[in-house]
Ligand binder design. Structure first.
Ligand SMILES: [Mg+2]
Length: 376
């Protein structure tokens, strides 16, 4: 396929920004500091002069999970888009520099454009994004299930169900209540937990340092990871030598500097990475290399979103060496509908198959989305 374009310059001709509401299946999804009933997602389509288009997506899980919101993503992409028309999408570094010249920060918005560039590159070369990113280490990647805040018996029931379905890793949401209730939940979970299933407690920044230390001491006989226990990096750093459990960072890892600092401070034992928070697949590739060099496990996730962001996370997740992979989290079990009825990303028994088609391998039905805001 790449031969078609030898001697022919691929250029960005149009950019379209779509809005789409993804309904949450069943009751609201509860985290320590917020809950959601539907997701406002943003999809970008970057059209080239060859007719090949690339798609990207960014979907903050509500406006309070981190400093990102859906309307902000669309405003930021609209600010950047006119500066990218006429550029060569295959020179991703050049396009990245132009994005940073057009707008400071807003990585979560730039991520959608970055993902679309990788989709274009794959389609132009007739290669999958995972192969362009260095090659898939596996064709099936484990996912993990996040169990929302609930009563101990209900959390234990979901844990039993999900390990029965085939999940090999479960994340239990904690925080936002008396820590004694969290301790009760953890004890109940470990009564039913299959030892082959790994457990992560995700406080989503909600614990005080006191809560995190108390829970870790009270449960020192149980093997779990504590994810993003406290709000700030300094708080997490201050408890590191006082807790008995490994710590993964999530919300605090906003850029490559924070990732390197948290490793060299000895604070982060691993990472729950969000592709859009760090600006897309280009930076996720670098983070994978840093984690490989320092033996830190990582998961390749995003906050939420549909088939396009799920495919992006799965492509980079497939390139992580299996011994360091904490899997790929996607919103599929919690939302309704795929953009691509045939190749859409779906969980099968807790595992995900890497798409086979070129680029991200997703052929979306654009009629599902709003009339776009367009730039040419
Ligand atoms: Mg998390």
């Amino acid at each position: 396929m790449s031969k078609i374009f030898v001697g022919y310059t691929v250029k960005i001709a149009e950019i379209h920004i779509y809005q789409h509401d993804l309904p949450v299946v069943g009751p609201a999804y509860k985290m320590s500091l917020s809950q959601v009933t539907k997701l406002d997602t943003t999809i970008v389509e970057v059209v080239t002069n060859t007719g090949i288009s690339g798609f990207g997506e960014t979907c903050p899980v509500g406006p309070t999970y981190q400093p990102a919101h859906a309307a902000g993503a669309r405003a930021a992409i609209a600010e950047i888009a006119p500066h990218l028309i006429g550029l060569e999408p295959l020179t991703i570094g050049t396009v990245q520099r132009r994005m940073h010249q057009a707008l400071a920060g807003h990585n979560y918005a730039k991520a959608a454009l970055d993902i679309a560039l990788w989709d274009i590159a794959g389609k132009v070369h007739g290669m999958r994004v995972c192969d362009l990113l260095g090659g898939a280490a596996r064709e099936r990647v484990q996912s993990y299930y996040a169990v929302g805040i609930d009563e101990p018996d209900e959390v234990a029931r979901v844990v039993r169900d999900k390990q029965g379905e085939g999940f090999v890793r479960l994340q239990i949401k904690v925080g936002g209540r008396n820590v004694a209730q969290d301790i009760e939940v953890v004890r109940k979970v470990f009564e039913v937990r299959d030892p082959a299933v790994s457990i992560t407690l995700d406080a989503n920044r909600a614990w005080t340092t006191r809560d995190a230390i108390q829970l870790s001491m009270a449960c020192s006989d149980l093997d779990f990871v504590m994810e993003q226990p406290c709000a700030t990096y300094d708080e997490v750093k201050s408890i590191k030598s006082l807790v008995r459990h490994p710590i993964y960072l999530d919300e605090n890892t906003v850029d490559l500097n924070m990732i390197m600092r948290s490793i060299y401070d000895g604070v982060a034992d691993g990472f729950s990475m969000k592709t859009t928070r760090v600006g897309g697949l280009t930076n996720m590739r670098t983070i994978r290399e840093i984690c490989q060099a320092t033996n830190r496990p990582l998961s390749c996730d995003d906050s939420w979103g549909g088939d396009i962001i799920a495919a992006a996370c799965l492509h980079i997740g497939a390139t992580v060496p299996p011994n360091l992979s904490e899997g790929v989290w996607i919103a599929d079990p919690y939302i309704e509908g795929n953009y691509d009825p045939e190749n859409g990303i779906r969980l099968k028994d807790g595992w995900l198959d890497v798409p086979k088609g070129p680029g991200l391998g997703i052929v979306p039905d654009k009629s599902l989305w709003s009339t776009p805001q367009s730039f040419a």
